[in-house]
Write a protein that binds this ligand. Structure first.
Ligand code: VGL
Ligand code: ZN
Length: 225
């Protein structure tokens, strides 16, 4: 008995009894992909810990975006594509210094897939980035030349978004550049601190936090949202 009132089978409906936040706000989950989680090619310590935070928050927001790092195998940001280069070394790209990474998030591979528990089905939009061989793309808004757009700004503006809440991986790279670009574009940006994890390469986390703070990004715990 009682089964005629069974809960909806769509898992993210479990969020509707929670507070729904203002209608002009987007939740953006950055690069919650296998290669950035423990066991992945560019694993971020405790990267998988962001999944339950994202899953709890994203359903409350009227606009939901997930981003996906999506590189061709010959991507120039891979150390393996530069003779003799070590992973995590720096090269000069046309737009400034570029870290050379271990091969990661190669298009169509398991490493590029989202974490298996991420509520990707709750997202309205999946935005891919880093798919051009000759330029990297940390930010969800622009490639690393800070000029070539991904299209996300237009998507958000045409949906009436003025505020965004960000979580994901990694705090000091893709989350940082997305937050800073969002703020510079005039959006009100909030970072969910416990919904992010960092790579922390040579002090990059401290630099990222200082830059986001200087750009007016708000820092919150997920429990305060
Ligand atoms: C990222 C390094 C290289 C990130 C992506 O998602 O933060 N970091 N590609
Ligand atoms: Zn990448």
């Amino acid at each position: 008995m009682g089964s005629e009132f069974a809960l909806p089978r769509i898992p993210w409906f479990s969020g509707v009894e929670e507070k729904i936040v203002t209608q002009d706000t987007a939740f953006i989950a950055i690069d919650v992909q296998n290669d950035f989680c423990p066991g992945g090619a560019l694993a971020v310590a405790d990267g998988d810990q962001v999944v339950p935070v994202v899953n709890r928050l994203m359903p409350r927001y009227p606009v939901r975006v997930v981003t996906q790092d999506w590189h061709p195998a010959d991507h120039f940001s891979f150390a393996s594509n530069t003779d003799g280069a070590a992973p995590f070394s720096l090269i000069d790209a046309s737009y400034g210094p570029q870290v050379l990474w271990p091969d990661h998030c190669v298009q169509g591979t398991a490493g590029a897939d989202f974490h298996k528990d991420l509520l990707v089905d709750a997202a309205d939009l999946i935005i891919r980035k880093g798919y051009r061989s000759r330029i990297d793309s940390y930010s969800a808004f622009f490639e690393n030349d800070h000029t070539t757009p991904t299209g996300l700004e237009g998507y958000l503006r045409t949906r009436g978004v003025t505020k965004m809440v960000l979580a994901g991986l990694a705090t000091d790279f893709c989350v940082r550049f997305s937050a800073v670009d969002g703020a510079r574009l005039g959006f009100d940006v909030t970072l969910v601190e416990d919904g992010c994890r960092a790579i922390d390469l040579d002090g990059s986390l401290a630099t990222a936090m200082a830059e986001m703070q200087a750009e007016g990004v708000h820092f919150r715990q997920s429990t305060d949202l």
